[in-house]
Design a protein around this ligand. Structure first.
Ligand code: GDP
Length: 197
């Protein structure tokens, strides 16, 4: 798969308005500021494909990108975890996200991006549990790995690898840096295996 051929397909205001549940799709999720847009841009070799989120708390769209073939898609889910978002909106979003993970037939994998310095916050864990319950494989991506020195980076990876068996499902961990591109081949390999399965 040539991720550099990714192109913007559509934006959906809600999960219900996503393209028809056909083909194969892989979703990217993470707390706001986790580095999701930067990772998507590094993956697709495009500087501006995924916009880095500048406006906390505003209604965010779900962005859909197609790969070489239209039946393979990347789904960029809105960032979560903004303190300022009203509780009612948070709960609504969590419900629809849970429903997406549970019901979406074409979903073959979930990438959860987390800052390597603060991984596995509550919402990250909830999301991973929902995916596991729905038998969706998960890739936990520890982002901004360049922010840590090599020793600390290895320690963070080891701790994460020790933490994931508790989720009980198919959960892998990699470290990643959009800046240095470290971890990009691993990310591509796992996405390719999901998208081609
Ligand atoms: P998003 O809200 O999850 O889409 O996060 P962004 O991709 O917008 O990144 C949030 C902030 O972290 C921005 O200031 C990025 O420049 C920075 N950032 C993202 N990835 C990396 C990385 O790999 N290394 C470093 N040093 N900074 C990063």
């Amino acid at each position: 798969i040539h991720f550099g051929n990714a192109r913007f397909l559509t934006s959906a205001p809600s999960i219900r308005q996503l393209p028809t549940d056909e083909g194969i799709e892989v979703a990217f999720a993470g707390r706001s500021n986790a580095g999701k847009s930067s990772a998507l841009n590094a993956l697709t070799r495009q500087r501006q494909l995924a916009r880095t989120s500048k406006t906390p708390g505003r209604t965010q769209l779900i962005n859909v990108f197609s790969l070489d073939a239209d039946h393979q898609r990347l789904i960029d889910l809105p960032g979560y975890g903004f303190a300022k978002v009203p509780m009612e909106m948070k709960l609504k979003w969590q419900r629809s996200l849970g429903e997406y993970l549970e019901k979406r037939e074409c979903l073959r994998g979930l990438v959860v991006l987390m800052d390597i310095r603060h991984p596995f916050k509550d919402l990250d864990q909830d999301l991973i549990y929902w995916a596991v319950e729905s038998k969706i494989p998960v890739l936990a991506v520890l982002t901004k790995a360049d922010k840590l020195k090599s020793g600390a980076r290895k320690k963070a990876l080891m701790e994460a690898q020790e933490a994931v068996p508790a989720f009980g499902g198919d959960v892998n961990v990699i470290t990643f840096s959009a800046t240095s591109k470290a971890g990009l081949p691993e990310l591509e390999a796992i996405l390719t295996s999901w998208l081609n399965a």
